[in-house]
Design a binder for this molecule. Sequence first.
Ligand code: ADP
Ligand code: MG
Ligand code: ZN
Length: 502
Amino acid sequence: MKKLAEVLRDWEAVIGLEVHTELTALETKMFCNCRLSHDDEPNTNVCPVCLGMPGALPVPNEKAIESIVMAGLATNCEIQRHSMFYRKHYFYPDMAKNFQTTQGPVAFCMHGRLDLEVSGAGAAERPDATVEKNEDGSYVAPIRILRIHMEEDAAKMVHVGGEEGRITAATESLIDYNRCGTPLIELVTEPDLRTPEEARLFMEKLRQTFLTLGISDCSLENGSMRCDGNISLRRRGSTEFGTKTEMKNINSFKSLHDALEYEICRQAEVLEEGGIVYQETRHWEPSRRRTVVMRVKETADDYRLFPDPDLAPFDLTDEFVERCRARIPELPDAKRDRYMADFGLKRADAAQLAGDPAVAAFFEQALSAAGEKGAETVAKVMVNLVPSYDALTPAQVASLSGLLAEDAITFAQAREVLDAVNGTSEDPAAYVDAHGMRQSTDEGALGAIVDEVLARCTDQVQQYRDGNKKVLGFLVGQCMKAAKGSGNPKAFNKMLAERLEA
Ligand code: ADP
Ligand code: MG
Ligand code: ZN
């Protein structure tokens, strides 16, 4: 098969995601009072409602509605005041009622948008001119969200025995209804994504947003956040959509990227050989790095979707929506803008700090430990140094930033200090003093060295005055040498320039 970059020169990939998120932060299920927990003994958190006993009446979980409204507001959706629950019929033991309660054409949240910042190698995956690219190749991709609707999760099934990967007469199927009825929100994007990297970034941003809202633990690994990828190809320049396939079993960001990459290349090969892409559901096999057919797509008619007569339609009040809005903490985009304004950070750097709630919290702790003055240096250290270390504390970052801010150490020395204190409780300032690394910025002491160097290097001084400003570097080097490394290069630089320009 051809490589992704080659394929994407001739073909445009069209990708839409369907993302299911369990509202794990809630205490009870969607339509009954059973406890929400996946670690309990199987089939202990069950009742007539979630076991689908005839006559049992569902009662919607108000906290779940609050969560989905918050999710909708945080992703720029219109909150539909009037909507209702529908029954989506199918037969499978994971749903004892024989239908899933979900929403119909109108969901609580409709027509939202998330903007993706795409940069670096990922940005090069999109070679077309349909987005405006910055000088460095980065761009912003606005991704429309079709809807976010409320539904319930099914029970968990485990198949044991039989042939590998297939259910046969010898298979034993075990079922745990603890998960059945878990509040679940499904977000569906418009087919606006164009590269595997954009799909990955979308999932990441959505996860960051939901984590910030505190509505779910958003674990792709444990399945509390799950994603299906829909993908089709069309010739560059064409405006019609091709036939899509849908990919299941994506349980990591890497899988999402790799499965889409594989599927793009597979479809290109089929189409280039004159074949046709069938609308089917495919399964990603990470170990073999390929997708295989699961089933041919069922059509919506098969589900016999109709309004659930047991559940009254909703008419959300403005007051309810405003109450949800008031509970939304500062979101990653707003945080990014604030970091840019307050600390003079570049957009990508600010986004890097604001994106992950844990990183943002670390940053803000380091800031308060450093005090107002060191803010910009703390930000720089967070962006340029901290990502290389896994066990620093906010206090260590604050201390190190203080040393850099007062020019007591160079950037190169900062790395040396962090290598040493990472994973310990040692204070960087104490380390620097203990190892005699602190550099002088004292104008008096350094001034004598500067004067000595200027008196000695008359040729270079003349060259500088003739317009060759580059010799300044040589002169700084001479000062550093004379000071035996204990003078600060920035301070030398400044003092030399001042004297030469005078
Ligand atoms: P289905 O009825 O098969 O589930 P939907 O219209 O509900 O299809 O769309 C499901 C997802 O597939 C959405 O995220 C949508 O953006 C995406 N999608 C729709 N058409 C295409 C296409 N031609 N190529 C890629 N993705 C598509
Ligand atoms: Mg669908
Ligand atoms: Zn129950």
